[in-house]
Design a protein around this ligand. Structure first.
Ligand code: ADP
Ligand code: MG
Length: 683
C-alpha cells in the first residue's frame, strides 16, 4: 500500500493502538514524523572478521560454513542446548542456542551463514551464544550499518527499523524546499536522499552528507525563528541615546570602592553604546563576585540622569529583593526613586506602582518576570537589564524590550557561554567580560571529603562561628527520601541543631512560602543565624560577606556550574573562605568533577569542562533558554554550520521579513512547528 507523508502512523504495518500511543510520546504522529525521527548513532556491522582474529566478548560479524550439528538429546528435554559448529578458513566456533528446537532444521551442514554476536572462550573453546544470523545469500538483515534510535520503553530497535523500512518509499515524496541557490552554495543533497541515507545507510560518507543537510536545515529553521522574534530590534533602528556629557561622577563618588580594571573597561564599552544612536545590545559576562551589579547600577543611573526610566529583571524574588536593597542604598541618596514589582506585589500597592511608573514618577523598577505583564507601562523606558539571563526565555526578553521604543539592553550573566552559542541565544549582541575580581579577596580553598568526615566538618563550622563567621550547608533534597540515597536539608538541620545546641541554625528550602524564606534569609543577612541549611534556593546572587564556609552535601548530584555558583556565595570579603564538597557516591565522572572543583576557581575553565563532561543539551537546556528542542543539530558540535546558516537566514528575512512569499511557506511552517507558542508569525 502506498503511504502518504501526512498519513497517521497507525497505517504503518505493525503499528497498533498501543505502539501508536508509545510513538506519540516521541512526538511521532504521522509518516512524515516517523521519517523525521533520526537515529542517534549507528552500529557498524559492515566488516566481516575471521573467526580466529575476532576479539572476545565484543560484538563481531563472522561468516562461516556449518560443519556439524548436535541436536537436543531428547525432544522433550528443552534444557539441552542446540550446538552447531561453524568454521571459516581460519578456525571454528560453536554456536549455542537454548530453548531453540525450532532452529534445529534451519542450520544445514555445508551451508554458509552470516552471524553477529559475541565470541567467548569457554574451556579453550570458542563459543557464540544466541547470535543474530541469516543464510548467506538470503535477504540480508544482519549485515550492514544499522541505525540505533533513541527509543522509549516498549519499542525495540528492530521494531523501529522495520517501521522505517515500511515507510521508506514515502521519503521520495519529501520535496526540496530550500531556495536553489542555498542548495547550490552549500552543496546540500536533497531531503529525500538525506532521509533515505540517514535511516538506511550504505556507506558512512553518504551518512555524513545526509546529516549535514538535515542539520543545516534544522539550524536554518531555528535561526530564522530567532531572527524573526528579534527583528524589531534590527540594528538600523533609531534608539535611545544618552550623551557622554551626562556625568556619573556623583554615583562613583558615593560608591564605597573604586571600580576594578575589568569593571572600568566594561563600563567604557557600555557608555559608548549608550551614547550611540542605535540601541545597545550587550551581554556582560563576569564570574560570580566580579561585581556586575555595580556596572548595572552605573548604567541605570546614567539612563535616569539622561531623562529615562530603567528596569531590571531578576530570575527570583529573593534576588529581586536583594537588588532592591542595594539599588535603594546606592541610588536613593542621589535622588532616584526605586520600586519593586513582583508577583507578591498586589492590590493598592500594585496600582500605585503601575500608576507612578506610567507617569514617570518611578525612575528604576526592579522585579521578577511579573514586570512583563501587559498592564505594566513605562513613560520613557531607556534601558532594560536582565540579571542571570540564562534563566529567561527568548520571548520574555523580547516582551520586556517592547515596553520601550528600542530601549538599550544589557544582559548580565555569570555563566560563561561560548561566543557562538551566545549569538544564537541572544542574537547579534556585543559581549563584554569583567575579567578581574575586586582586590583584597583571598582565593577560596576547596576540599573534598566523604561521609565519614562529617563530624569533623561540623566541628570546623563551629570553630568558624566561634570566630564570628557564618556558614552555608547545602543539600540536594528538602526532606528524606526512601528511594534516593542522599542527604536532605531537613535531616541536616536536625542533626546540626541537636549536635551543636549553641549554634543558631536556620533552614530554608524551595518548599517554603516566599515570606518564610525571605524572613530566614534576612535573619542570616543580619547575622542572627550562624549556619544556614538550605537547598539550592540560595544558588544565585545572595551576597552575605561575613559568610566564609560553604558545605555542599552529595556534591555529585549538582552540576559543575551550579557548584561553582554555590561556592561563589563565599569569598566575598578579605577573610579566608572555604568550600567543602562532601561526596556521597564517587563515580568516574564525579571523580573528574571533584578534581576540577578542587583545583580550579575559574568559572570559564569550569564551564568548558562541564560542556565536555555533560554536553550542551544539559547545560544550555532548552527549558532554561526557551530555545526549542532540536532533533539532529547540536549547538556546540555544529557551530561552523551555524555560522553559514546565519547569513542565509538573514538574507531570507531581509527579502521577506514576514515570510509571506509562497516560496517560503515550508520554512514558515517549519518555524511555526519548531517554536510553537513562542512565536507569533504575522500574516
Ligand atoms: P556578581 O558579579 O556576582 O553579581 P556582585 O555585584 O554581587 O557580584 O558583587 C560582589 C561583591 O563585591 C559585592 O559585595 C560588591 O559590593 C563587591 N564589589 C563590587 N565591585 C567591587 C570593587 N570594585 N571593589 C570592591 N568590592 C566590590
Ligand atoms: Mg549578581
Amino acid at each position: 500500500m502506498e503511504l502518504n507523508l501526512k498519513d497517521s502512523v497507525s497505517k504503518v504495518k505493525g503499528v497498533g493502538p498501543k505502539k501508536k500511543e508509545l510513538l506519540s510520546h516521541l512526538h511521532i504522529e504521522t509518516v512524515e514524523d516517523l521519517l523525521g525521527f533520526f537515529p542517534r548513532k549507528y552500529e557498524d556491522r559492515s566488516q566481516v572478521t575471521s573467526i580466529m582474529e575476532a576479539p572476545f566478548d565484543r560484538d563481531v560479524l563472522i561468516c562461516g560454513k556449518v560443519v556439524s550439528r548436535k541436536s537436543s538429546a531428547s525432544a522433550y528435554n528443552r534444557k539441552v542446548p542446540l550446538r552447531i559448529l561453524v568454521e571459516d578458513n581460519t578456525g571454528s566456533v560453536e554456536l549455542v542456542f537454548f530453548n531453540a528446537k525450532y532452529l534445529q532444521n534451519y542450520f544445514l551442514v555445508g551451508q554458509e551463514y552470516v552471524l553477529f554476536g559475541k565470541i567467548t572462550l569457554n574451556y579453550g573453546r570458542r563459543q557464540m551464544a544466541h547470535p543474530e544470523f541469516h543464510k548467506l545469500g538470503d535477504k540480508d538483515d544482519v549485515r550492514g550499518i544499522l541505525p540505533v534510535y533513541p527509543l522509549t520503553e516498549g519499542i525495540t530497535q528492530n521494531q523501529m527499523r522495520s517501521w522505517q523500512m515500511a515507510v521508506k518509499d514515502a521519503a521520495e515524496q519529501v520535496e526540496e524546499w530550500l531556495p536553489n541557490h542555498v542548495v547550490m552554495d552549500n552543496h546540500l543533497c536533497s531531503p529525500a536522499y538525506a532521509i533515505r541515507n540517514i535511516h538506511f545507510p550504505t556507506d558512512t560518507q553518504k551518512v555524513k552528507e545526509s546529516r549535514y543537510r538535515m542539520v543545516f536545515e534544522e539550524l536554518l529553521v531555528l535561526q530564522t525563528g530567532l531572527f524573526y522574534i528579534k527583528k524589531g530590534r534590527s540594528s538600523q533602528a533609531e534608539g535611545v541615546s544618552i550623551p557622554k556629557t551626562v556625568s556619573v561622577e556623583p554615583f562613583l563618588k558615593q560608591l564605597p570602592f573604586d571600580l576594578t580594571p575589568g569593571q572600568k573597561k566594561v563600563w567604557d564599552e557600555i557608555e559608548q553604546d549608550l551614547a550611540a544612536h542605535k540601541p545597545m545590545n550587550r551581554l556582560v559576562q563576569g564570574d560570580v563576585g566580579s561585581g556586575k551589579t555595580a556596572v548595572a547600577e552605573l548604567a541605570m543611573y546614567k539612563a535616569v540622569k539622561g531623562g529615562y526610566q530603567a528596569v531590571m529583571m531578576a530570575p527570583t524574588e529573593l534576588l529581586a529583593k536583594q537588588h532592591l536593597a542595594s539599588l535603594r542604598r546606592d541610588l536613593e541618596p542621589l535622588g532616584l526613586h526605586v520600586e519593586l514589582l513582583s508577583s507578591g506585589t498586589r492590590g493598592k500597592e500594585r496600582t500605585r506602582i503601575l500608576d507612578e511608573l506610567e507617569r514617570g514618577k518611578i525612575d528604576v523598577l526592579v522585579g521578577t518576570h511579573a514586570i512583563i505583564q501587559p498592564d505594566v507601562r513605562f513613560r520613557k523606558l531607556g534601558i532594560v537589564i536582565t540579571d542571570e539571563q540564562h534563566r529567561f526565555g527568548v520571548n520574555q526578553r523580547a516582551l520586556l524590550t517592547e515596553k520601550g521604543q528600542n530601549p538599550n539592553v544589557l544582559v548580565m550573566t555569570a555563566t560563561p557561554i561560548p561566543r557562538t552559542l551566545a549569538v544564537i541565544l541572544f542574537g547579534d549582541l556585543d559581549i563584554s567580560v569583567i575579567d578581574t575580581m575586586p582586590t583584597g579577596r583571598k582565593p577560596i580553598r576547596t576540599y573534598l571529603r566523604y561521609n565519614d568526615a562529617r563530624k569533623k566538618v561540623y566541628d570546623f563550622l563551629a570553630s568558624q562561628v566561634a570566630e564570628g563567621r557564618q556558614c552555608y550547608v547545602v543539600a540536594p533534597l528538602i526532606e528524606e527520601s526512601e528511594n534516593l540515597d542522599c542527604r536532605s536539608a531537613e535531616e541536616l538541620y536536625e542533626e546540626i541543631s541537636k549536635g551543636y545546641p549553641k549554634l543558631r541554625v536556620g533552614l530554608v528550602h524551595g518548599g517554603m512560602k516566599q515570606d518564610e524564606k525571605d524572613a530566614v534569609m534576612e535573619k542570616f543577612a543580619a547575622g542572627a543565624i550562624d549556619i544556614l541549611v538550605s537547598t539550592v534556593v540560595i544558588e544565585v546572587g545572595i551576597d552575605v560577606a561575613n559568610a566564609t564556609v560553604m558545605v555542599i552535601e552529595n556534591c555529585e548530584r549538582f552540576g559543575l556550574a551550579q557548584l561553582h555558583q554555590l561556592r561563589g556565595r563565599v569569598g566575598r570579603s578579605d577573610k579566608q573562605s572555604h568550600c567543602i564538597l562532601i561526596c556521597g557516591k564517587e563515580t568516574e565522572v564525579a571523580a573528574k568533577r571533584n578534581e576540577l572543583m578542587v583545583n580550579s576557581t575559574d568559572g570559564f575553565t569550569i564551564a568548558e569542562e562541564d560542556l565536555k563532561l555533560r554536553g550542551p543539551g544539559e547545560i544550555f537546556g532548552t527549558r532554561q533558554h526557551g530555545l526549542p528542542e532540536l532533533n539532529i543539530a547540536d549547538l556546540v558540535k555544529h557551530v561552523d554550520i551555524l555560522d553559514q546558516v546565519k547569513d542565509v537566514a538573514k538574507d531570507i528575512l531581509e527579502e521577506d521579513p514576514y515570510l509571506r512569499d509562497p516560496d517560503n511557506q515550508v520554512l514558515r511552517d517549519k518555524v511555526k512547528k519548531m517554536f510553537g507558542e513562542n512565536i507569533q508569525l504575522q500574516l
